[in-house]
Design a protein. Sequence first.
Length: 139
Amino acid sequence: MATMTIGELAKRSGVNVPTIRYYEEVGLLRLPARKPSGHRLYEAADENGLTFIRRCRAFGFSIGEVKSLVDLTSSPVRPCFEARDLAQERLTSLRATLIELRALEKSLKQFIQTCDTKCAGGPGETCVVLNDLGRPTKP
């Protein structure tokens, strides 16, 4: 069985060394075997697990959600509907975030257009963008 160091694992998986240590600390990755010198020894299965975790995080799953998904991968009795349900919740959340981002985009575009037509490079104290950013927003 081939082993690799934490540096090799980081390079191969695209996850930095402190993050690997953190994932071990919070229980997302198993604690690796160690050499007598204390250096960690990882296997291909660790690389696969770390890739899984990295991809889950890239989709925006929280550490707790990733833990549930990791646990699900090794459970012979839990239904895969749990993974689908977590993915559906993440999709719903992502869609809400997109709506918020589109509203922010629209506001920033309006700030810029207003600045171009009203203050066009005048002094900062009369800047439409700065004044609009300082106004309270409606809840």
